[in-house]
Ligand binder design. Structure first.
Ligand code: ATP
Ligand code: MG
Length: 390
């Protein structure tokens, strides 16, 4: 008996003439994610990608990998039969044993997209249901809330029977929307922001600012671990590591304490903007959320945004901290994010930073620093290191 996995489209199914382009990217992403799981044949039909193993492979492992690929709305592991109802019935019974032996209730859901098949949908449901009841008399039918839903789909190339429909990651295939540069700290919010933009089809690379010796090697390793945790969703991540120590020391020594953080954040965004432009990113992404800290009030966000020429995506802007934490737990970044290492944003902070900065005053302070900072910025950009996390 042949088994395969059907990956059914999420939002791509709604696309019109350019649907093929999205499908191509999704198939490419699936191939890459499954490259160490075995050999597969891929077929695209009726808003579904059929993933059929060629030779031995662990289909449970394949499902685990597919579950986190954006662009897939649902997954079904199914047996493939000839479009002959007697055969479907006879072979479904043993195939479904594992799923049904410990269940109490079930129903059969049939779909018949091949209209030349001689039985209508309700007939398939009733007859297959009766055969299952006869083979597994401990079961009863519950059409509203069954423990197991047996799907029987009569499609172009065959009949497909499955006992489980798994919800996919949804969203759009990574790479179908463009690429963006994520300001990635070691905290909770920015990895979640990266995940959310990858879900909308963006290739997300990272930029991280370090200030050794004030920030440790382990803080950098933490960010690499966060990238590793994101790769099942995002694919390989390049990240730019910007040495920020000298700039921060110059700010500490030359600017009034209460303006330190806001001016520093403007410089971070300015540098990220330059690196993003040079490397053809279409937007920056941050984990900012209105009101979370002094540097994220509306006035502070206005001041940081002002140095930026490209769009800044802030997908968690309206989220509560707890809502962001819930996502980070779901995607597996939370445990890493809460490890207590200094980030460059947490060193040299003022006791009372401005919470409603005035842009003109900020610019005056920056003007006095320009000569020092311009040179340091150039050096920081030139010595930025590029790391690839697979
Ligand atoms: P996070 O949990 O993402 O660290 P946070 O609540 O700690 O967020 P801030 O430290 O004010 O907030 O940072 C706001 C945003 O600035 C972060 O979400 C991230 O996008 C960016 N950011 C902060 N620190 C760094 C860093 N060291 N390198 C790159 N980006 C950073
Ligand atoms: Mg942070």
């Amino acid at each position: 008996m042949k088994e395969l996995i059907m990956a059914k489209y999420g939002e791509i199914a709604l696309k019109g003439l350019n649907k093929g382009t999205f499908e191509d990217i999704l198939v490419k992403n699936i191939r890459r994610r499954l490259r160490h799981c075995g050999k597969f044949q891929y077929m695209r039909r009726q808003s579904t990608i059929y993933i059929e193993p060629v030779g031995e492979c662990d289909l449970d492992e394949v499902i685990e990998k597919l579950k986190v690929i954006f662009g897939i709305g649902a997954l079904q592991r199914c047996a493939v039969f000839e479009k002959d109802f007697e055969q479907i019935k006879a072979q479904s019974i043993p195939y479904l044993e594992n799923a049904l032996k410990n269940a109490k209730t079930f129903k059969v859901d049939a779909k018949r997209s091949d209209k030349s098949f001689p039985m209508k949908t309700p007939e398939i449901q009733v007859e297959l249901g009766a055969a299952i009841l006869e083979a597994y008399p401990h079961l009863s039918v519950d059409v509203h809330n069954p423990e197991v839903t047996v799907m029987c789909e009569i499609r172009d190339k065959g009949a497909y029977v499955s006992a489980e429909r798994i919800i996919g990651a949804g969203g759009m295939p990574v790479g179908s929307s463009g690429k963006a540069l994520l300001l990635l700290s070691g905290g909770i919010d920015s990895p979640v922001a990266g995940y959310m933009m990858a879900k909308r089809g963006l290739i997300v690379d990272g930029i991280h600012f370090v200030s050794p010796p004030y920030t440790s090697e382990r803080a950098l390793m933490k960010v690499e671990t966060l990238c590793e945790k994101l790769t099942p969703y995002c694919g390989d991540i390049r990240f730019y590591c910007v040495p920020f120590t000298e700039i921060q020391e110059a700010l500490r020594d030359n600017c009034p304490e209460e303006f330190f953080t806001i001016i520093m954040r403007r410089l971070m965004v300015k540098i990220a903007n330059i690196i993003a432009e040079r490397n053809e990113y279409g937007a920056l992404v941050t984990g900012e959320s209105v009101g979370q800290v002094a540097s994220q009030t509306m006035q502070s966000l206005y001041c940081t945004n002002e140095v930026c020429t490209m769009p800044v995506y802030r997908p968690v802007i309206g989220f509560d901290k707890q809502e962001i934490i819930d996502i980070s737990e779901k995607i597996g970044t939370y445990e890493t994010s809460i490890q207590p290492f200094e980030d460059c944003c947490t060193i040299f902070v003022a006791k009372h930073p401005v919470t409603k900065p005035n842009l003109n005053i900020i610019k005056q302070h920056e003007h006095n620093l320009d000569d020092v900072i311009d040179e340091l910025m150039k050096t920081a950009i030139e010595t930025t290191e590029k790391i690839v996390v697979k």
